[in-house]
Design a protein around this ligand. Structure first.
Ligand SMILES: [Zn+2]
Length: 371
């Protein structure tokens, strides 16, 4: 791996009197310097000194042996490090092949997804001549294009592909290209989520609650109408958001705002029309997806894409206590809702589950009830 190497060439070693003859002996005198110690045959003839002499050959051999030993020691020390570093390199090669494999899988999934949509499209334009003839002769009206039904079918297959792709894509979040793919995925999901959630809510809450939801919806719309008449003026851009924010909530009197910044949770004070960052917490290991704030106490709850739900309780002006993560969902927690009494929490997830929890805001605790 490495070679011991003498800077001077052997033939360059000459006596100080420049006789240009091979060096034969060495004078062991401390006072002499460099080539003054080298003697050729001619030097030897005139040599008069009591200092000891050594054969040049032996000295050369001696030095070379010492250097060989030194080379071995140096190599040993190097090799210990190099072996470990090579371990990293092997790991990187493995990682590379796994990443490529994973990307190939995602690309394959997306390809399947496209083909699946084409199959559904084809099914929708496949007809029987005899059936159509029958319709014509009976002068039945042409079957209307069932757009909603087609979109439903497309949405359904989307759910399964979303699940397949999202987790894998999560690993590539730090790449802007990966983030772009995920943004599109989210757009697609949001497009059919609104509809789906309404459906699920109806199932769970029953008719009575349905009226409530309807009322809430009306209230929301009214509020929206009000806000539409309000003009917003840009006053301050000193606060910077670093990454994706999927949810924002206010406390009851709108003096505190909670927002998420990827995996982080940011607590803001809202005073005189300006936001002041009061604290930041990084308790979720994955991006936060949803938030809900109590209308009665200074508590809020957060859910993240890695199936965790965490309860938060204000303990003083600027500090908040978080609970352990509650993990009943097996996939992203997408939405959180408190009932009116705020003793129950309803969470909806990508695992196709809606979970009802018992909430204890005093103990900052959740208990799984049913799903
Ligand atoms: Zn000489």
């Amino acid at each position: 791996m490495i070679q011991s190497k003498m800077i001077e060439k052997e033939e360059e070693l000459q006596c100080s009197l420049k006789h240009k003859l091979p060096v034969l002996m060495i004078v062991c005198d401390e006072k002499l310097k460099r080539n003054e110690r080298l003697l050729c045959s001619e030097c030897m003839e005139n040599y008069e000194s009591k200092s000891q002499l050594m054969s040049f050959k032996k000295v050369l051999q001696n030095i070379e042996e010492n250097q060989k030993q030194k080379q071995k020691n140096v190599e040993n020390v190097m090799m210990i490090r190099i072996k470990l570093i090579e371990e990293i390199q092997r790991g990187l090669f493995l990682l590379k092949s796994n990443v490529v494999q994973l990307l190939d899988q995602i690309i394959g999934n997306v390809d399947e997804w496209i083909k699946h949509i084409i199959i559904i499209g084809q099914q929708n334009v496949t007809y029987s001549f005899y059936n159509e003839l029958e319709n014509l002769i009976n002068q039945k009206r042409l079957e209307e294009f069932a757009q909603i039904q087609l979109i439903d079918q497309i949405n359904q297959i989307q759910l399964s592909y979303n699940q397949k792709i999202e987790k894998k894509l999560n690993l590539f979040k730090s790449f802007s290209e990966g983030q772009n793919c995920e943004n599109i995925l989210n757009q697609l999901r949001n497009a059919n989520e609104t509809k789906e959630n309404t459906g699920k809510k109806i199932l769970i809450l029953g008719e009575k609650a349905m009226e409530q939801v309807g009322d809430e919806q009306k209230q929301l719309e009214q509020q929206l109408m009000k806000y539409k008449q309000v003009q917003f003026n840009f006053i301050d851009d000193s606060n910077q958001q670093n990454s994706s924010c999927k949810a924002i909530v206010f406390n009851k009197d709108e003096s505190i705002m909670i927002s998420c910044d990827n995996c982080g949770i940011k607590i803001w004070k809202f005073e005189q029309g300006r936001f002041k960052l009061s604290n930041t917490y990084d308790k979720h290991s994955n991006p936060v997806r949803c938030l809900v704030y109590s209308k009665q106490t200074n508590n809020f709850i957060s859910g993240c894409i890695n199936h965790q739900i965490i309860c938060w309780q204000q303990i003083n002006q600027n500090e908040w206590k978080c609970s352990q993560p509650f993990e009943q969902h097996t996939d992203s927690v997408n939405c959180l809702l408190l009932n009116k009494q705020e003793d129950q929490l309803i969470s909806g997830g990508d695992d196709d589950k809606i979970i009802v929890w018992k909430v204890d805001f005093i103990k900052n605790d959740l208990t799984f009830l049913y799903s």
